[in-house]
Design a protein around this ligand. Structure first.
Ligand code: MN
Length: 390
């Protein structure tokens, strides 16, 4: 019987909840996973249910008020409840687990992932932003500390599966598929007049707010291009994006002989989450299967880089290299936050990112501290501006 000890950061989010479903399936199939710790931001009600079910030794609650509320409302035997970011880092450095499952959103996940790598843990990562801003440094840390990082993102899981048994120098290109999001068939005028509700209405995937807006702008695919570059150590010129509205093909790899491998499945994050946890093994499941008679029409389109300016900006940022991706990510995170709060219009998201990228002086030879400094300054500058006339 297999046994793996994992810690989940972001257990109450969309990926976290699916992960807990996966753990139930693994248990049924004799793949034993012990959950050592969980973390949440504010959703202590769900966290308490998860504690009941999984009996972790520790929970980290980001919001200090909620941490107190949790301590007052619940009395779990042998459960340590902690708050304060330094204590989270201490927790991920601890010796008594094997794999960190990073299911948090945004730049926030960078420090815990870094600390987990430095303490020799395996990482299963759904959190794409740390790779976007620090892929180069993360890769050298993985080497130095003899650790591995496995993707949970469905496209990258697909690529990992396509590359199984293949030689890296025989890859011709990686073809990332994209659903095109809710605005695929809308004109710029219609997007201009769209509501927040329209933007949050993803056709195929049910996800958290940030990534759903990223899908509507197609920044999500841009971040995934950068993520793929670092995960698979491949030139960005060899990464193509194609719109595939049905989201059945999760991505493909074309090899030098002209052969193409694809990984297919129902759009259900449980499959890539499980693959990352059990890699390189496959464990049985009863997750939904593709009924090809229902999908007689798998279609493909070229992405419109004028309509989806964010995707073009992501390509520009990674081709520009250096610290451009740090600015891309920070300005995107803040612009999406402003959009979700109703403070800017949808099309201003890409305008703000472009404005910040244009004025950035990129550092080619950068260290982790530059990343933090540039991230902080970019956020501050956007937030301090009273109004945007873009
Ligand atoms: Mn994805």
């Amino acid at each position: 019987m297999n046994r793996k000890r994992i810690g989940i950061i972001g257990s109450t989010g969309s990926i976290g909840k699916s992960t807990i479903e996966v753990l139930k399936n693994l248990k049924k199939n004799n793949f034993d996973v012990e959950v050592v710790f969980l973390s949440a931001n504010t959703n202590i009600t769900l966290l308490a249910e998860q504690v009941k079910e999984l009996s972790p030794r520790c929970v980290y609650i980001e919001n200090p008020g909620k941490a107190n509320e949790f301590k007052n409302n619940y009395d779990f035997k042998n459960l340590k409840v902690i708050t304060g970011f330094e204590n989270l880092l201490e927790l991920v450095r601890s010796d008594d687990y094997d794999m960190l499952l990073a299911a948090v959103v945004g730049f926030y996940g960078l420090a815990p992932i870094e600390e987990a790598i430095k303490s020799g843990k395996q990482i299963a990562v759904a959190n794409k932003e740390p790779l976007v801003v620090a892929g180069k440094i993360i890769n050298s840390l993985l080497k130095e500390f003899n650790s591995t990082l496995l993707p949970i993102d469905s496209e990258h899981s697909a690529i990992l599966q396509c590359l199984s048994g293949e030689e890296r120098n025989e890859i011709n290109k990686i073809i990332l598929t994209a659903s095109g999001g809710p605005f695929r068939n809308k004109s710029i005028q219609e997007i201009e007049n769209s509501s927040l509700e329209d933007a949050l209405n993803h056709p195929n995937w049910s996800m958290g707010d940030k990534i759903t807006i990223d899908s509507a702008t197609m920044m999500n695919k841009g971040l995934e291009v950068i993520e793929a570059k670092w995960l698979f150590d491949i030139d960005v010129e060899k990464i193509d994006v194609i719109i595939h509205p049905q989201s059945i093909i999760h991505s493909m790899v074309e090899f030098t002989d002209g052969s193409i491998k694809a990984q297919l499945g129902i759009p259900d994050m449980k499959i890539p989450i499980q693959y990352a946890i059990t890699y390189p093994e496959r464990i049985a499941s009863d997750y939904s299967r593709v009924d090809f008679t229902r999908y007689s029409n798998l279609t493909f389109e070229k992405p419109d880089l004028i309509k989806f300016e964010c995707l073009r900006l992501a390509f520009d940022a990674i081709k520009g290299g250096g610290t451009y991706p740090v600015v891309l990510n920070a300005s995107n995170e803040i612009a999406v936050e402003l959009y979700l709060k109703g403070k800017i219009k949808f099309l201003q998201i890409s305008k703000i990112i472009k404005f910040m990228l244009d004025k950035h002086n990129s550092i080619d030879d950068f260290e982790m501290e530059h990343i933090y400094e540039i991230d902080r300054n970019t956020r501050k500058e956007i937030l301090e501006k009273q109004s945007w006339n873009l």
